[in-house]
Design a protein around this ligand. Structure first.
Ligand SMILES: [Fe+2]
Length: 404
């Protein structure tokens, strides 16, 4: 007889989920106040997997005191093929040529797979003498940031929608786990959507949208195109875009021309450049297609005609961005976005291969340094198995890397 599960989950209320198709809260088994991956039985793990792969983001409240070394073990419940290597590499990104170095992310010395992100200076934290982490906000990356007046009124924007992966040399992890140590003590902020609708969110909320919802919102023609298309990412994608600026929704780069010429990038080779199907298959929810594309880092689209077998290639980066953006922008509405309102102690697990996420919030304008401090742990581990194409066809690239 298999053991019964005593771990349960409940969907977040409809008022919060709205049309996002995102969000569930986990209740741990009685007698387990802090999640202990080793003590979960197989049925508990199956329930946990079901909660995540059906709802894409799950939260376990009150996890203050969790040992950082438990977090990579928990990630492996969802991806047994995860390596113990952080998806940004063995060490935090510090190369100034890479736009990701701007976060100044640190690592927990006793758990190198766990990064430290946030806002502000911290002393003697987890064996690190001086830690300074930077909360990037949209004013640093958007082509036309909000005016001072709008900032004063409490508006913010998503910084950049992404999956946690460098699109080079390493495959995206199935999940990312975030753990909130400290949250900013500031009033709510708000996002204005096209059409004028507004959403009130906590300062420093992490925003998510579901790739499954994004796929549903496509026209039948777009769905067919997406199912037959493979996306090649830019070589050294985050170096390539480091001087570029984003659209106000954080989904794309609207102006072409500031890309770093590929001959000036750090050494690279095609067979390490990420190439993924545009639509991914969810491991536990195999009938639901997920549109998973990083609109700022795209480089080339290869489309297969299922009738004739013909292949067409679009390799004009400006055009590629436009095509992807026309598809993805439909999701950008208040009701489709889940913005996690952090409480200290939250452990949030998200399906990195089923959502796009973004940091939000304007913290730097806030006067009081103490109030705007924010600290999160972030565990994202490179997987050894590439994302699976939703539609299998002859010649589909399912290796995760370009062959060009
Ligand atoms: Fe991220």
């Amino acid at each position: 007889m298999p053991e019964p599960t005593s771990l349960t989950f409940e969907l977040l209320p409809d008022t919060i989920r709205q049309s996002s198709a995102i969000g569930a809260e986990i209740q741990l088994p009685p007698g387990m106040p802090i999640v202990s991956p080793e003590e979960l039985n197989d049925a508990d793990k199956a329930t946990l997997r079901k909660a995540l792969f059906e709802n894409q983001v799950v939260v376990i409240r009150n996890q203050k005191g969790i040992d950082p070394t438990a977090i990579p073990k928990l990630a492996k419940v969802f991806d047994p093929n995860a390596t113990d290597i952080h998806s940004a590499g063995e060490k935090a990104v510090s190369n100034p040529k890479n736009i990701l170095s701007a976060y100044k992310a640190g690592r927990i010395p006793r758990a190198q797979q766990v990064g430290i992100i946030g806002s502000g200076k911290f002393q003697d934290y987890e064996g690190i003498k001086e830690l300074e982490v930077v909360h990037l906000d949209h004013t640093l990356f958007h082509e036309e940031p909000l005016s001072q007046d709008s900032l004063d009124q409490g508006y913010t924007r998503p910084y950049r929608w992404h999956m946690d992966t460098p699109f080079y040399e390493r495959l995206p992890g199935e999940v990312t786990i975030l753990h909130s140590i400290r949250i900013p003590k500031m009033s709510d902020q708000k996002i204005k959507f096209p059409g004028g609708e507004e959403k009130e969110i906590a300062a420093g909320a992490t925003a998510f949208f579901s790739g499954a919802r994004a796929f549903e919102l496509l026209s039948p023609e777009e769905q067919e195109f997406a199912l037959n298309t493979t996306v090649t990412y830019a070589p050294q994608a985050y170096e390539y875009i480091r001087q570029c600026k984003a659209s106000e929704d954080g989904l794309t780069i609207p102006t072409f021309g500031r890309e770093v010429p590929i001959e000036n990038l750090s050494e690279w080779e095609w067979n390490k450049v990420a190439e993924h199907p545009m639509v991914w298959r969810n491991p536990l929810n195999p009938e639901r297609p997920f549109l998973q594309v990083h609109g700022c880092c795209v480089y080339k689209l290869t489309t297969h005609n299922p009738q004739t077998g013909e292949i067409s290639i679009m390799d004009d980066v400006e055009q590629v961005r436009k095509v992807v953006y026309a598809m993805q922008r439909k999701i950008y509405a208040a009701k489709n976005i889940y913005a996690h309102r952090w409480e200290e102690g939250d452990l949030v697990i998200f399906h990195n291969r089923g959502v796009m996420h973004s940091i939000t919030g304007q913290l730097s304008q806030h006067k009081d340094d103490e109030d705007k401090r924010r600290l999160l742990w972030q565990c994202t581990m490179t997987s050894t198995t590439p994302p699976k194409p939703f539609r299998e066809y002859e010649g589909v690239n399912d290796t995760g890397y370009s062959k060009a």
